[in-house]
Design a protein around this ligand. Structure first.
Ligand code: MOS
Length: 747
């Protein structure tokens, strides 16, 4: 009964709504009198708009209005003037002026009675540009100006490198990757008097509400954001993007609800991407493999409308024990849209050069790559001065469990030495990590007289299983079955909840759901004592520990069988109450935050199969071992890890957004040309959780698991590729051309 619900592989409680099509995504919300907004994107990357000719379009059937910078209502304050903790995706409201900073920037919005009318009219708008050359290649960008955005040092990494007996000095490149969630970004905006309601696909309804309130200059309670289901986001939906602002502006002007969907092609330009990173990695080590020096320099493009920093170097400063570390990051502005966090931001791209260089060092020193990592195991987080203990770190157990299950001891290190018939196997491994965070949340729990319960919070479930986790905690605390618990999320009218970002929601909401449920149970217990015929009069109210509790849905005396008590709904019925509810807010202990360094860890093991006869490489096996504390739901948890590994295989083998330097257009801005992993690319995946509850983070001992599964995959794949083929790929993705060139060299 009770405690077994936590950890159990419970099916998503919202699963049937999703598979039957009953779940309402952003633009599925039925709306009377809705008008349709279709954006007109710029077809150049660096220009001034000379003229926008809307004369034909505005006379077309059904057209209600056309918004451009010439007639924009300037509803929004420029985000650069806002004092905010929250942020928009791009620090620039739409239609601010006549400048074009990237291809696909909105230059007009056509609003019409139907989608087809709006689309038709949008195609008839003519824009003349005064165009300038585009910068879309890092080599063409002006050198970084001003001081580095990130500059970290401990010891003297430069000196230590110079005198190190073993050295690796290489540059690694990860291309622009585009999030491509299934559900496209979209907004329905509806004004009710001076209040705006936004139906969104958002990873953070509360953040969206606050940014909108600040940008519109209206109180927070006059903005409502609703996002009950999200067809994923991968970080792309953390912040509001210009289409949401445009929808609000258009709805105000036409005095009707307006629906704006970002078409798939513009999902490559106006809603963020993982930026390209060019990462110079230098390792110095002793002959027996002890790291003496790590130097990590990152150059990264950003847009001209934001200064987004992909924080790649943070992981370098904490992952291995090393006295001398230097890390630096600089930005170069280019004519592409603003980058934004994408699953595992910073750490995922930062691990690629670090883990690749570790593999190259292992080969140089003739050491097993796993042994090299154990030699440099960080017992404490040395990025702090003084070093901080980890809240919980079981990376050794991850390496061990993974090596055992994968059969790592059978690996022969020589390139091409592991054969299977005509094919060659390659094995690679890498370390994974992700920081563990916890924020504050308010949750309301209601116990109903019909025997059901309801839990609500203004957080959201982006497909990860958040609905189900809420229900599990309520069920665990009360004994009410999961299918009798309604969970309501994704609406800012609910109690304040966290953004679904940084893999922090589970760790954040668990204590709040727990406390809110306990509070509701306490109210039912108090009511039970006051029943005219209370069976509990013999126990006194002030007892500590309390004399009554709720188990299996029944209120009973502690130490006696639940069956001896009474069902909670019976208490409510006898008290003539429809429900009793309670709201609780929980927050992390700020003292603890500075005492411990909290991270999850893991190990990736990858096998590739190389057929040299036809130059074919495939990932044939992947095993991921994760130390993320207690796993609250083994089904949704495993789903998170396996899904992330699928994405990691895509990162290693397929994904790359390619820009045309003539007009800054992403050339492969569609699912035919931007290649992601499909079923045929994915072998049997396996995942193990080494479960050591991290009780410093919360009383459930759970850390987050949304992102860590992607960490390290790409480097483990390129190591496996090297092991099979002898070709070291330092610029992702692995291309057939790289492997063919390697064959020619060795022929
Ligand atoms: Mo995650 S990139 O914080 O959605």
């Amino acid at each position: 009964m009770s405690t077994s619900v936590i950890g159990a592989p419970i099916t998503r409680i919202d699963g049937s709504l999703k598979v039957t099509g009953a779940a309402r995504y952003a633009v599925d919300h039925p709306m009377d009198d809705v008008a349709f907004g279709v954006p007109v994107p710029s077809t150049v990357g660096n220009a001034r708009i000379v003229r926008i000719d809307t004369s034909v379009a505005k006379r077309m059937p059904g057209v209600l209005t056309i918004i451009t910078h010439e007639n924009s209502d300037q509803l929004f304050r420029p985000a650069s003037q806002l004092e905010q903790n929250s942020r928009a995706g791009e620090v620039r409201p739409p239609f601010e002026d006549d400048k074009v900073y990237y291809y696909g920037q909105y230059v007009a919005l056509v609003v019409a009675n139907t989608f087809e009318q709006a689309q038709d009219a949008a195609s008839k708008i003519k824009v003349d540009y005064d165009s300038h050359p585009n910068v879309v290649e890092i080599g063409d960008a002006a050198p970084p100006q001003g001081p580095p955005r990130i500059h970290y040092t401990r010891g003297d990494a430069d000196e230590a490198f110079k005198s190190a007996p073993a050295k690796i000095d290489q540059t690694y490149v990860i291309p622009v990757e585009t999030h491509n969630p299934m559900e496209m970004h979209a907004t329905i905006a509806k004004w009710e008097g001076d209040k705006v309601i936004l139906y969104e696909s958002s990873q953070g309804v509360v953040n969206h509400q606050h940014v909108m309130s600040e940008m519109l200059g209206i109180p927070v309670d006059r903005v409502q954001v609703i996002s009950p289901f999200i067809g994923s986001g991968f970080g792309g939906k953390l912040f509001p993007w210009p289409h949401s602002l445009m929808a609000a502006m258009a709805a105000k002007r036409v005095d009707r609800p307006v629906k704006v969907v970002v078409p798939r092609s513009l999902m490559f330009t106006t809603v963020g991407h993982r930026p390209l990173t060019q990462q110079h990695m230098r390792l110095g080590a002793t002959q027996d493999g002890k790291l003496l020096s790590i130097q990590h320099d990152v150059v990264q493009p950003t847009s001209l409308v934001d200064t987004y920093v992909e924080q790649c170097t943070g992981v370098t400063t904490m992952l291995y024990s090393c006295a001398n570390v230097a890390a630096k990051q600089t930005l170069v502005p280019m004519n592409i849209g603003t980058p934004t966090p994408m699953r595992g931001p910073g750490i995922v791209p930062g691990l690629f050069p670090l883990e690749s260089a570790m593999d190259e060092l292992a080969i140089q020193l003739n050491l097993d790559p796993l042994e090299l990592r154990l030699k440099n195991y960080a017992e404490q987080d040395e990025s702090f001065n003084p070093a901080r203990p980890f809240s919980s770190k079981r990376l050794r157990e991850c390496y061990q469990a993974g090596a055992e299950k994968f059969g790592w001891s059978k690996r022969t290190p020589q390139v091409g030495s592991m054969k299977r018939g005509d094919e060659i196997l390659g094995w690679g491994m890498a370390t994974a990590t992700w920081h563990a965070g916890r924020g504050s949340a308010t949750v309301r729990v209601r116990l109903n007289a019909d025997g059901t319960a309801r839990a609500s919070c203004a957080t959201q479930d982006i497909g990860t299983g958040t609905y189900t986790v809420f229900a599990q905690v309520v069920s665990e605390k009360t004994g009410i079955p999961v299918d009798k618990i309604e969970v309501v999320l994704g609406d800012t009218s609910l109690p304040d909840g966290p953004t679904s970002g940084g893999s922090t929601v589970t760790a954040t909401v668990l204590p709040a759901v727990d406390a809110a449920t306990q509070g509701a149970v306490d109210r039912v217990i108090a009511a039970a004592r006051t029943l005219p015929s209370s069976p509990f009069k013999r126990v006194s109210a002030g007892d500590d520990p309390p004399a009554l509790k709720m188990t299996g849905g029944r209120i009973h005396v502690v130490g006696e069988a639940p069956e001896s008590g009474m069902p909670f709904q019976e208490v409510l019925v006898q008290k003539r109450l429809a429900a009793l509810e309670n709201e609780s807010r929980t927050a992390p202990d700020p003292a603890q935050a500075h005492q411990y360094s909290a991270h999850s860890f893991g190990a990736q093991f990858i096998e590739v199969v190389w057929d040299p006869g036809i130059a074919r490489i495939r990932v044939s096996r992947a095993l991921t071992v994760i130390d993320a504390g207690k796993i609250i739901n083994h089904r949704t948890g495993r789903n998170q890890i396996l899904g992330a590994v699928v994405m990691g295989i895509g990162m290693a083998m397929f994904e790359e957004t390619i820009y045309d330097s003539r007009n800054a257009k992403p050339l492969n801005n569609n699912f035919a040309d931007y290649i992601v992993s499909t079923n045929a690319d994915i072998p049997d995946l396996d995942c193990i959780f080494v479960e050591y509850p991290d009780l410093h983070l919360n009383e459930y001992g759970a850390r987050g698991i949304g992102e860590i599964g992607l960490a390290g995959v790409a480097s483990a794949v390129t190591m496996a590729v090297y092991h099979a083929t002898g070709v070291r790929v330092r610029k992702l993705p692995v291309r057939i051309e790289d492997l063919l060139a390697g064959q020619r060299e060795t022929a």
